[in-house]
Design a protein around this ligand. Structure first.
Ligand code: PBG
Length: 331
């Protein structure tokens, strides 16, 4: 049948029917809100390129989480931010049991035992050169980095982290972390691996927020080349599953919806998480600021697209704003 018998507008005409036929809905449980934690007290420092996002000292973070949890935020992703003089070539602070992330986890779990705390496991916030692993003559060493990542993950679990999320892109890190967690008695702590992580131009504001702007060169020898191929994404995903990953992440999200969909349609049967990264956040904020469009509409559209592509969870800096401004209950 074709026009005029077929009229697709028939199903769009009535608002009740339109709303009832919606296939993809956003829910507060879909979201993971990232937070940046720094040393000190009474610190709530705005991040220039990410309006509405701050670096918090632990006391201020607890205050922030008080309002966030009341709004329905139930999962967070934690990043530690250090002063330059706290960093060294071995990323010692990353696996210091009294390090900033470890202390933050303890404080958070004490005050908000129900809040699900996920930690980013990487060395770049802790190395003086800013790369995600041990550096030797300009090369990021793979195998030498694994042990430190595993130690970092265990220190997070010891502090009370519910889940760890390695974002370094070394080969074999999921296996190293899984073994170390199991050995330390944390066999029930899941690993959400940043399995498919591209060497993206969209991480700029994050690097400002995490204090990792000043590294030499690029991350192309460990993060993936976005112009390469889809098969590589599948191999990365498969490798991480074989090593014991429980959830897989695609990052960034917006420019990689095809990759999310390919993974979703593949035989990879673990939940897919998508990270709407700092540059995506910054772009949407900046676009709304200059009048390109309405922030709420653009953000919800971008997140629906990510979910429609196949993501079960979305890490987004917008999570709290969405809930605090009640965006999910408005049409
Ligand atoms: C650290 C890490 C990065 C992000 C998350 N973990 C940045 C990087 O690889 O330099 C980016 C997150 C964002 O842009 O929001 N390895």
């Amino acid at each position: 049948m074709s026009f005029p018998q077929t009229r697709l507008r028939r199903l769009r005409e009535n608002a009740v029917l339109r709303e009832s036929l919606v296939e993809v809905r956003l829910h507060p449980n879909d979201f993971i809100q990232p937070y940046f934690v720094v040393d000190g007290e009474e610190v709530k420092k705005a991040i220039k390129l990410m309006p509405g996002i701050y670096q918090y000292s632990i006391d201020q973070l607890l205050k922030e989480l008080d309002s966030a949890t009341k709004l329905g935020i139930n999962k967070i992703l934690l990043f530690g931010v250090l002063e330059a003089d706290q960093k060294d070539d071995k990323a010692s602070e990353a696996y210091n049991r009294r390090g900033i992330v470890q202390e933050a986890i303890k404080a958070i779990k004490e005050k908000f035992p129900e809040l699900y705390v996920i930690t980013d496991v990487c060395l770049c916030e802790y190395t003086d050169h800013g790369h995600c692993g041990i550096l030797e003559e300009g090369n990021v060493l793979n195998d030498e980095t694994l042990d430190l990542l595993a130690k970092t993950a265990v220190s997070h679990a010891e502090a009370g982290a519910d889940m760890v999320a390695p974002s370094d892109m070394m080969d074999g890190r999921v296996q190293a972390i899984r073994e170390a967690l199991d050995e330390a008695g944390f066999s029930s702590v899941p690993i959400m691996s940043y399995a498919v992580k591209y060497a993206s131009g969209f991480y700029g504001p994050f690097r400002q927020a995490a204090g990792t702007e000043d590294f030499k060169g690029d991350r192309k020898t460990y993060q993936m080349d976005f112009a390469r191929n889809t098969a590589e994404a599948l191999r990365e995903a498969q490798a991480d599953i074989n090593e014991g990953a429980d959830l897989l992440m695609v990052k960034p999200a917006g420019s990689y919806l095809d990759i999310i969909r390919v993974l979703k349609d593949s035989n990879i049967q673990v939940p897919i998480v998508a990270y709407q990264v700092s540059g995506e956040y910054g772009m949407l904020k900046a676009a709304a600021q200059v009048g390109v469009g309405d922030l709420q509409k653009m953000v919800l559209e971008s997140l629906i697209a990510i979910k429609r592509a196949g993501a079960s969870l979305i890490i987004t800096y917008f999570a709290k704003q969405i809930l605090s401004e009640n965006w999910l209950s408005q049409k």
